[in-house]
Write a protein that binds this ligand. Structure first.
Ligand code: MLC
Ligand code: AMP
Length: 491
């Protein structure tokens, strides 16, 4: 089955080869339900999937891949603004899933049932590594999310490299509860199991109790998940029997690394990647697990550091530069955005990650920050400040807004919005403070209302966790908002 080799039957089968939020499926059942999706999706320009954490979502995604149709996962909690953008921009004509909105957002509904089977004559599309497998929407610093085009060959190369790094195979049971619309939960967490042949237990939500009960050999989590597990001693101890605990999508704080190691008897393995590049650097199962480090480039990937002056930066364990990557796991570009696609690469063909890193003489990589304050990582989700600011400015009570990612012990960074209330405000509630030049100002909108406003329009996880009402935003002589100043005030 091309990318999804485990569906060929070579690894055997069992009634609970896949368990998603309590629903168990054999691979044969999955193939049947996915085949029924594929049969109906064949030839479509794109298959959008309302990506709730369910077995039906897995069947829909696999169905699209088998049909050779680009699959567009849609965050299930995305509000009308974000969903409309993803559906329009992707060109998808079908919307698959369960509990679809009555109007299917203007697309042709493709309801998914695990009991469905394709007709006798159905065959998967011929293999073509260059074909787009997934269009994953991801935030930039400004504007609406862009669709990253991931071809079958990149997914295959990325998963094979991780199978090599982690000795990940059909004897494993992979456990996680991550969302099914991003690289971590969907590509590694679902397609990885369907390529390596490992069993998969998706816990529905990534809770400490769910992870503890699943009895896996291989666990995936974002740092927020690991930090919550590390805070629940009994749950963490249940993971002692696992073979490998993997953390990624955001920096794993060293105290969480240490506490997990103390409670489970094994240090977590950190790895680093992006929607556009898949996982490029990883701690190896048989290698050193170093706190604060994300490991070494995976098979086939090359990395380098480049200074602000464009000059190479040495791998001396101290010098800092932008991390650039090259290799078979890279995306094909942003859908319909040749300018952004070209800007993401250097003249000599390396992908600019926008992450700032240090590489040691031993090849170990440390991610030390991001080049832009406008890309926020909260709970492992990538959130563009510009998108949240634009959503806030759509509120009639908002004159201006600036959004920053403030360090947060649970989420890594928390989205905090500084909002200037439009003229004509009358009293109303005041945000949680602000100091110095940004004292709270009375306005007609309150913190809760603005948080809910963003949560309704964009994905819920993009909502500000705090809104500070201010008289003015601090700006430099060019009129650019001084976000570093807001960050200092927000801490
Ligand atoms: C809260 N809720 C609201 C709301 N406030 N709903 C509507 N309006 C509001 N104002 C609801 C939510 O819908 C949700 O409901 C519940 O409250 C809690 O939501 P939350 O606050 O967002 O959850 P939280 O506890 O903050 O989530 C933490 C988390 C989550 C770790 C579970 O952040 C998460 O799943 N992160 C994973 C992100 C990820 O996979 N990133 C990978 C990117 S790929 P309900 O019903 O849902 O409970 C990548 C590449 C790589 O980065 O390297 O891997
Ligand atoms: P996304 O596109 O959602 O996959 O986000 C990619 C970004 O997540 C990267 O550019 C990094 O900033 C961040 N990231 C992923 N993994 C790690 C990690 N292990 N440590 C630090 N940052 C990470």
């Amino acid at each position: 089955m091309g990318l999804l080799t485990a569906l060929d039957g070579g690894y055997g089968d069992r009634a609970d080869a896949l368990v998603v939020d309590g629903t168990a499926l054999s691979r044969e059942q999955l193939l049947g339900a996915a085949g029924a999706v594929a049969e109906r999706a064949a030839g479509a320009p794109g298959l959008a999937v309302l990506a709730r954490p369910t077995a039906e979502t897995v069947a829909a995604v696999v169905g699209g891949l088998l049909a050779g149709v680009p699959v567009v996962p849609v965050p299930p909690d995305s509000g009308p603004l974000e969903r409309a953008h993803i559906l329009r921009d992707s060109g998808a004509t079908l919307l698959a899933g369960t509990g679809l909105p009555e109007d299917a957002d203007g697309l042709t509904p493709l309801p998914v049932s695990l009991a469905d089977r394709p007709g006798g004559g159905w065959r998967p599309a011929a293999e073509d590594g260059d074909r787009t497998a997934l269009v994953l929407y991801t935030s930039g610093t400004t504007g609406a999310p862009k669709g990253a085009l991931l071809p079958h060959r990149a997914l295959a190369a990325g998963l094979d490299a991780l199978a090599d790094a982690w000795r990940w195979d059909a004897d494993d049971t992979l456990v996680h509860g991550l969302p099914l619309f991003h690289v971590h939960g969907l590509v590694l967490g679902v397609l990885g199991a369907l390529r390596t042949g490992s069993r998969l237990v998706h816990t529905g939500r990534p809770t400490p109790a769910g992870y503890a009960a699943a009895r896996g050999s291989l666990y995936f989590g974002v740092p927020t998940v690991w930090s919550r597990i590390a805070a629940e001693t009994a749950a963490a101890r249940e993971l002692a029997a696992a073979r490998l605990l993997v953390s990624g999508s955001a920096p794993l704080p060293v105290p969480v690394f240490e506490r997990l190691r103390d409670l489970t008897g094994q240090a977590p393995a950190e790895r680093y990647g992006m929607t556009e590049t898949l996982i490029t650097v990883a701690t190896r199962a048989d290698g050193e697990r170093r706190p604060g480090a994300v490991g070494v480039p995976v098979a086939g990937v090359r990395t380098r550091l480049v200074g602000e002056d464009g000059q190479p930066v040495p791998s001396d364990g101290e010098s800092v530069g932008e991390l650039q990557v090259q290799g078979p796991t890279l995306f094909d570009g942003y859908l319909g955005r040749p300018g952004a696609t070209a800007a993401a690469r250097t003249a000599d063909g390396w992908f600019r990650t926008g992450d700032v890193a240090v590489i040691g003489p031993d090849g170990f990589h440390r991610i030390v920050g991001r080049a832009s304050v406008d890309l926020i990582k909260s709970g492992g989700y990538r959130i563009g400040a510009g998108e949240v600011e634009a959503a806030l400015r759509d509120h009639p009570g908002v004159a201006d807004a600036a959004v920053v990612g403030v360090p947060d012990p649970d989420l890594g960074q928390a989205v905090v919005a500084y909002v200037v209330v439009a003229d004509g405000g009358s009293g109303g509630s005041v945000g949680s403070g602000g100091s110095g030049g940004v004292g709270g100002s009375g306005g007609s909108v309150g913190e809760r209302e603005l948080i809910d406003f963003v949560a309704r329009r964009l994905s819920v996880h993009k909502r500000p966790r705090r809104v500070v009402l201010v008289d003015d935003l601090p700006r430099n002589a060019m009129g650019k908002v001084l976000k570093k100043q807001l960050l200092d005030e927000g801490r």
